[in-house]
Design a protein around this ligand. Structure first.
Ligand code: NAD
Length: 494
C-alpha cells in the first residue's frame, strides 16, 4: 500500500485553531470544540468551533451589510468574473482541497480530485456565466383605455438577500459551492454552515474567495452542529434557506422557515433510488457503469441507487455477475490511489449502516458482502441484499451506504408499482436499448431525475431536485434562479 504524501500546506491548515470565517477573516472564538476524525484511521486530524447565537449574528450581519453595499455595487459582469476567478483558485489548490476532503470524509483521493474538486470548479464557472443573463420580461397589459392613456408593464428579478446555506458531509465542498454559485451570481450573499464532520474544505474555500476579489462579507462560514444551523435559519435578515441533508432535518427546517414569516426554503433531501434493469439489457455492458454509480463514495451519494429491479428473465444472471463484480472491489485506504472503496465517512453513519447490515444478517438476506471489516476505520463491505417484500424496512429506508437491494419483476406495471412504493422520489434509472419502452416508463416514475443507461450523473445544465419527501425546489440549469430571486412587477400608465 502506498499513500499519497500529505502536502505541507494541508498539515499546517489541520494544525490551526479553526474558528469561523466572518467578514473576510478567520475569527478565532473561545467555544466548545468538536474533533474531526479521519474515518480511515479513527485519528483526530483537527477540530472546529461550535458556533453560538453571537457568532451566527455576526456572520449574518456581515452578509447583510455586504448585500446592501459591496455586493450590490458589484456589476453582474464583475460577479461572474469573480466566480470564475474563484474557480481558477480551486483548480490551483486542487490537491490541497482534495486532501482535506479525503482526510475528513474518507473519500477516495482520486474521487476527491476528479469529482469533488474538479466539478466544484465546473459548477462555479457555470453559475458565473449566469450573472449577466438574469432578466425579467416586458408585458402588454390589457386594461381598457378610457381617455387615451396607455399602459406598459415589465418584471425585474432581484436577489432575495442573505441566504443560509446548510451543507451535509458527503460532498461538502461541491454542495457548498452549488449554494455559493447560485447565491453570488444572482446578487445574494451567503452564510454557510458546513457539516460538523467535514468543515475544513469550505473554511479554506472562503479564504480563496477573498483572494479571488469577492468582497468581505459576501461569503461567511460559521462552523458547528445542528444547533448552530438552528440559530442560522432563525437569524434576522435570512431571506432564504438552502438546505441539503436528510429528510427529517429538512422537514423540520422547512416548517421552521415557514413560521419565520415564510422564509423561502429549498430542500435537497434523501432518496431510496431505483434502477430498473429491463429484459433486453446486456449485463456485461451495463454493469461497470451501474456498479460504479451505486458504490461511488461507498454509496454515500444522495442520487445513487439503493434498489435494483431486475426483469425475472435476467435475475439469476444479474445476481451472479454483480456478486462476482463486488468481490473484485479493492477496499483500502482512501489515500492509496489504487483503492476502489474506502471507509464510511463518520462514526454515527457507520453505526447506522452497521445496524442495517445486522438486520440483513439476522434475517438471512445477504447475497454478498454484508460484513463490517474488523480493525481500524469505519469500513464495511459493499453489499447486495434480497428483501422480504416491499414493506421490508431494507426496501423502504435510506441507508445512504453501500447497501443495495435486488428485486425481480415480471411486468412493466409491477415494476412501476414497486419503484413508486416509496416516500422518496429523488432519482431513478432505466437500463435498456428499447427506447420506446423507456419513453413510456419515464412519465410514470415518481422521481425528480430519470436517467437511461446511466445513474448518479449531475450536470450543471440539467435541473436537479426531488419529488415527494426528497425535496422542494430545483438546483442548476435556469431552475435555481427562481429560488434565489424575487420577481418584481412594474406597471406604468402613460
Ligand atoms: P443531516 O440532515 O443530518 O445534516 C445536514 C446538515 O444540517 C448538517 O450541516 C447539520 O449540522 C445540519 N443540521 C442538522 N440538524 C439541523 C437543524 N435542526 N437545523 C439546522 N441545521 C441542522 O444530513 P447528513 O447526515 O449531513 O447528510 C446525509 C443526508 O443528506 C442523506 O439523507 C442524503 O441523502 C442527503 N443528501 C441529499 C442531497 C441532495 O442533493 N438531495 C445531497 C447530499 C446529501
Amino acid at each position: 500500500m502506498s499513500e499519497v504524501q500529505i502536502l505541507a500546506s494541508v498539515e499546517t491548515f489541520l494544525q490551526r485553531q479553526h474558528g469561523h470565517f466572518i467578514h473576510g477573516q478567520h475569527l478565532e472564538v473561545d467555544r466548545r470544540r468538536i474533533e474531526l476524525i479521519n474515518p480511515a484511521t479513527e485519528q483526530v486530524v483537527s477540530s472546529i468551533a461550535v458556533g453560538n447565537q453571537q457568532d451566527v449574528d455576526a456572520a449574518v450581519h456581515s452578509a447583510h451589510d455586504a448585500f446592501l453595499n459591496a455586493w450590490a455595487n458589484t456589476s453582474s459582469y464583475e460577479r461572474g468574473q469573480k466566480l470564475n476567478k474563484l474557480a481558477d483558485l480551486v483548480e490551483q489548490h486542487a490537491e490541497e482541497l482534495a486532501q482535506l476532503e479525503t482526510l475528513t470524509t474518507g473519500k477516495l483521493i482520486h474521487l476527491a480530485r476528479h469529482l469533488e474538486v474538479a466539478q466544484t470548479a465546473v459548477f462555479l464557472r457555470y453559475f458565473a456565466g449566469w450573472a449577466t443573463k438574469i432578466h425579467g420580461q416586458t408585458m402588454q397589459p390589457s386594461i381598457p383605455s378610457m381617455n387615451g392613456e396607455k399602459y406598459t408593464a415589465y418584471s425585474i428579478r432581484q436577489p432575495v438577500g442573505v441566504v443560509a446555506g446548510i451543507v451535509p458531509w458527503n460532498f461538502s465542498l461541491m454542495i457548498g459551492c452549488w449554494k455559493i454559485g447560485s447565491a453570488l451570481t444572482t446578487g445574494c450573499t451567503i452564510v454557510l454552515k458546513p457539516s460538523e464532520f467535514t468543515t475544513l474544505s469550505l473554511l479554506r474555500l472562503a479564504e480563496l474567495a477573498i483572494e479571488a476579489g469577492i468582497p468581505a462579507g459576501v461569503i461567511n462560514v460559521v462552523t458547528g452542529t445542528g444547533e448552530t444551523g438552528q440559530y442560522l435559519i432563525n437569524a434576522n435578515h435570512i431571506k432564504k434557506v438552502s438546505f441539503t441533508g436528510s429528510v427529517p432535518t429538512g422537514i423540520a427546517i422547512g416548517q421552521q422557515a415557514m413560521k419565520n414569516d415564510l422564509t423561502r426554503v429549498s430542500l435537497e433531501l434523501g432518496g431510496k433510488n431505483a434502477a430498473a434493469i429491463l429484459a433486453d439489457a446486456n449485463l456485461d455492458e451495463i454493469l461497470p457503469t451501474l456498479l460504479q454509480a451505486t458504490f461511488v463514495h461507498q454509496g454515500q451519494v444522495c442520487a445513487a441507487p439503493e434498489r435494483f429491479f431486475v426483469h425475472q428473465s435476467k435475475y439469476d444472471e444479474f445476481v451472479e455477475k454483480v456478486t462476482g463484480a463486488i468481490q473484485q472491489i479493492k477496499i483500502g485506504s482512501p489515500l492509496d490511489e489504487s483503492s476502489m472503496f474506502g471507509p464510511l465517512s463518520n462514526q454515527p453513519h457507520f453505526e447506522k449502516v452497521k445496524h442495517y447490515l445486522d438486520i440483513a444478517n439476522q434475517n438471512d438476506q445477504v447475497i454478498c458482502g454484508g460484513q463490517v471489516i474488523q480493525g481500524t476505520g469505519y469500513f464495511v463491505e459493499p453489499t447486495l441484499l434480497k428483501v422480504q417484500g416491499i414493506d421490508d424496512p431494507l426496501f423502504i429506508e435510506e441507508t445512504f451506504g453501500p447497501v443495495v437491494d435486488v428485486i425481480p419483476f415480471e411486468s412493466d406495471d409491477e415494476l412501476i408499482r414497486m419503484m413508486n412504493h416509496s416516500r422518496f422520489g429523488l432519482t431513478a434509472s432505466i437500463w435498456t436499448n428499447d427506447l420506446a419502452k423507456a419513453l413510456r416508463l419515464i412519465p410514470q416514475i415518481e422521481a425528480g431525475s430519470v436517467w437511461v443507461n446511466m445513474h448518479t450523473f449531475l450536470d450543471p445544465s440539467v435541473p436537479f431536485g426531488g419529488v415527494k419527501a426528497s425535496g422542494l425546489g430545483r438546483e442548476f440549469s435556469d431552475a435555481f434562479i427562481e429560488d434565489y430571486t424575487e420577481l418584481k412587477s412594474v406597471m406604468i400608465r402613460y
